[in-house]
Design a protein around this ligand. Sequence first.
Ligand code: PEP
Ligand code: MG
Length: 590
Amino acid sequence: MSAKKYEIRLHGVAASPGIAFGRILRIGGDVVEVEKRTIQADQVAVEIEKLKIALAKSKADLQEMYEKTRASYGEEAAEIFSVHKIMLEDPMVVDESENKISKEKVNADFAFAMVMEKYIGLLRGMNDELFKARSADVIDLKRRVIRYIQGGAPSRLKQLKEPAIIFAKELTPSETIRVDKSKVLGFAMDFGARTSHATILARSIKVPAVVGLNNARDILNDGDFVVLDGDEGVCIVNPTRKTIAAYRKRHADYITFEKKLSSIKGLPARTKDGKDIELASNIEFPNEVDSIVDLRGDGIGLYRTEYLFLAGDRQPEEEQQFEEYKTIIEKLNGKPLIIRTFDLGGDKPSEFLPMPVELNPFLGVRGVRLYRGAGHDFFRSQLRAIIRASAYGDVRIMFPMIACVSEMRYCRTIMDEIMSDFKAKGVRFNKKIPFGAMIEVPSAAATADLIARECDFLSIGTNDLIQYTIAVDRGNKNLAYLYQPYNPAVLRFIRDTIKKGHQQGAWVGMCGEMASDPLMTMVLIGLGLDEFSISPVSHLLVKAIIRHVEYAECENLAQKALALSTSDEVKSYLEDVYNKKFKHLQHFPH
Ligand code: PEP
Ligand code: MG
């Protein structure tokens, strides 16, 4: 494209800070990694056989998913898998693919992809929403069969030789986790939001990310040189020399400032008037623990263990989990480790658990709701591993998506059963292992006092609390304007949760992304939050703010912020205060 000789600025959402310079590698999602190859006549039978085997394997998968789902959730939920299976038997698909291979002498994955594309086009063209929606199913089927035809050929992510900026329409958490982190300079995506899990992951591996780019897929090609600005949410294609020079300077300033900031590493997170705040970190991967130890903070306030389940090709065994948890807690050397039991579902589907196909997965079977059904055995084995690890340090347990007291009691009952079993067998563990609830559903926030009575602590999960309070999908780009962390309803829920938790003698923390937002640090201190569990990238900045303020002024500021009527009013008030008070921190994006 001739326009590509010019610099193009693509605007999206700033999802992980920092600046990266590099070449684009497109992967995943709709970008089907299929190449057209011309085959010899004697290869036709081989390619047709590959197709047949792939179809048979896919059908076997679908049958298994059908049976598991039917056993856990009933016929209606399972039906989709039998529909998929029937599609794979449709002569239009099978015969046409074989014909293409033999007549056009092309490879099986290419032939099959072309046929499915035609199918998808037909469905999309229909004047019926139900058929249009079915096209997503067909895309899924296409990928499944192609993966088998290619014999599990390593994805482009695995083949990464040179460091690159990864572009995808949208990365799933399981795709993100398979990335070779040493080769990734940054992520750019058409979809996604600041709190979608792929971007949380980008922050955890400390590379810049820009999401919500909308139509970058029409512009970006493999090998394009870009500057990715994760602070402002911009991806610059074919940058001019002037642009590159300006960004190199900004990058250098940032690095210098970061070095300066690291001088407060060993100092306490204490306000000027002596109030101590617990400053813990969020982790996604066990191997992040070394950098957490290096920060010299207050341990780990959220270990998102679902990544154990998304990473491998098998479900993790109790023993493997126990070893992981034990390694982490030993490295933390006396500091706390809060392990959140797995929170699959929503935008984190599992390849191992039969998940029902639901119209609204975020309002469906996710988090603690899975523990009574298909996730029950996992839940037990995870709890056993965590409780055993508690013999080696300050391990605590946290349950996700608690919506009411009875769910908390359910978790407690299973914990008690495991502990009795361990006692009988003489297994070592902490009999007073602290446990708590995430407050991320409005019903839990409204009854935080009742929930706090049942446990030792509460941790506010703002990523979900915002989406459920305002009824806005946290990953939906069209509604990004309504995903408002500063919305007065959200602020009131936070204020009330802290107050209600304290009334019942529970400490209250926050592990959602809001805890990493420097604009909110003073408000949260002022509302009496006991613990902040934040992305490691924001740790020192938040600490610098804490050390620069007085508790009394934070209380005052929190009251003023809570008296405002709209999210925009709160945001501009907080920006005003921030820009005046923290001039010395301006090199850091917020
Ligand atoms: C949250 O919802 O704020 C949270 C910390 O959990 P997750 O982002 O993993 O859903
Ligand atoms: Mg959550």
